[in-house]
Design a protein around this ligand. Structure first.
Ligand code: FAD
Length: 118
């Protein structure tokens, strides 16, 4: 079964630990994010909350700096260094059904990170 996921970079790092699956991941090295950058809101994000506003401002600043570096001649492979873990990432993931059952077992457990459980 093959699925397309759009998730954050930190969840990508977790999901790619399942070595029996195969992955194709959108490159931040070759894909230059010229327009608005998509960020995945953390599960703890609450609209209107002061702490969540700090997260939002940090994302906006990362986006601004990324574009500034590109404007000044940096390649996307270098400018990506300033992008945070919340940056949205497109992944195509393929595994057999037995492996999916194993992954769901691990990643829907209460011990798993909330964002990966949903
Ligand atoms: C709640 C939770 C918390 C976690 N916290 C951490 C953490 O703090 N730090 C951290 O580093 N990781 C953490 N992990 C990741 C975890 O350690 C595993 O790497 C991840 O769950 C993948 O395990 P897996 O058994 O599905 O996959 P795999 O490691 O891919 O193994 C799947 C099966 O295939 C076998 N296998 C895989 N590759 C090969 C091979 N080349 N040759 C022979 N056999 C092979 C394995 O022996 C195993 O039986 C966490 C995972 C979860 C679910």
């Amino acid at each position: 079964m093959t699925v397309e996921l759009i998730t954050s970079r930190d969840v990508m790092a977790e999901i790619t630990r399942h070595r029996l699956a195969s992955f194709a991941i959108e490159s931040q090295r070759y894909v230059c994010m010229k327009g608005e950058i998509s960020f995945i809101q953390p599960e703890c994000y609450i609209p209107g909350d002061t702490t969540s506003a700090i997260w939002r401002m940090t994302m906006a600043e990362a986006e601004r700096v990324y574009h500034k570096l590109l404007e000044n001649g940096w390649l996307s492979q270098d400018a990506r260094k300033v992008l945070p873990n919340s940056t949205a990432t497109r992944i195509v993931m393929k595994a057999n059904l037995r492996e999916w059952r194993h992954i769901f077992g691990l990643r829907t457990s209460p011990a798993a990170y909330p964002e990966i459980r949903v």
